[in-house]
Design a protein around this ligand. Sequence first.
Ligand SMILES: Nc1ncnc2c1ncn2[C@@H]1O[C@H](COP(=O)(O)OP(=O)(O)OP(=O)(O)O)[C@@H](O)[C@H]1O
Ligand SMILES: O=P(O)(O)OC[C@H]1O[C@H](OP(=O)(O)OP(=O)(O)O)[C@H](O)[C@@H]1O
Ligand SMILES: [Mg+2]
Length: 302
Amino acid sequence: MDTTHVSNDKDTQILSHAIRLAIPNKGRIAEPIRDLIEKSGLGIVENSDRSLIVKTRDPHVEILYARPIDIPEYVATGVADLGITGHDMVVERGSEIIELLNLGFGRATVVLAVPEKSTYKTVTDLEGKRVSTEFPAITRKYFKKNGVKPIIVPVGGACEATPHLGISDAIVDLSSSGTTLRQNRLEVIDKVLETSTFLIGNKQSCLSKKEKIDEVHLALESVINARGKCYLMMNVERSGLDQIKDIIPGLSGPTVMEVASRPDMVAVHVVVDAEKVYQLINKVKQAGARDILVMSIERLIH
Ligand SMILES: Nc1ncnc2c1ncn2[C@@H]1O[C@H](COP(=O)(O)OP(=O)(O)OP(=O)(O)O)[C@@H](O)[C@H]1O
Ligand SMILES: O=P(O)(O)OC[C@H]1O[C@H](OP(=O)(O)OP(=O)(O)O)[C@H](O)[C@@H]1O
Ligand SMILES: [Mg+2]
């Protein structure tokens, strides 16, 4: 990225390590990404002119809004130092980037599907048949690996409608809940690729701007680490502490502290999986814990 564009700004004189992060301007993963950036503390400082490049609270990090499919190439060519987009987009573009962190959302599977009443049951049945897809590169590679030569029909969206329109015999498209396939009376006959959203980095920038990139990486990762975790606090009689310790599987064991003016009591603090909290609080209460507090965690740095 060319950093000269901000060289007049006094606050940002040492800009050799300034970075640009490309994120989707729209689509399914756009909102979760904006939410993640907000929670990470980086925060997007929107301006009213809806420009494609906006600032963050860190003067050394700016955001570039782009289409999810374009982000891998922007990162590979250094237009952006970092990007957030789907693994499927990276594979489709075949871009030379580093996948730095799996953000865990935008999970879906690229599948090969045919109409429920179709006589095609396996990939080999599709020799010479028409396969429509928004992922021509992934589809070509998949069929090549299977030694099958279909006619690939690239489409820009609503791929599931194409078999019924008589445009294709099969599709290669994304499925997550499976609703769209069901609505279009299509069934999966093979899985092509698993995908989720990733933080990706330009190879050169990952070396030359390592410090700043590590900072952004850590900030985003800390939000991901905290997802599905809760902070549990309780007071316990010192004599019952061992029993409580047996019940709670802490992150690295519970933290045990003195309770002022109550030498017979200790305070136990622990990070636990949110889905286990319901059962845990009943168990620790039965084991004598009281003043139990359950709190959400915003960020967690290991
Ligand atoms: N149903 C889904 N479940 C989970 N992730 C999905 C789903 N559909 C798309 N994605 C992921 O979202 C990312 C961006 O795709 P999306 O379809 O949102 O972009 P787009 O096609 O540019 O936007 P739009 O569909 O609004 O035109 C991709 O990496 C894709 O894997
Ligand atoms: O299994 P499901 O939960 O039904 O999700 C799958 C659908 O989600 C995506 O569509 P999107 O909304 O992005 O529209 P598009 O096909 O026009 O890109 C994808 O292309 C599928 O059509
Ligand atoms: Mg889409």
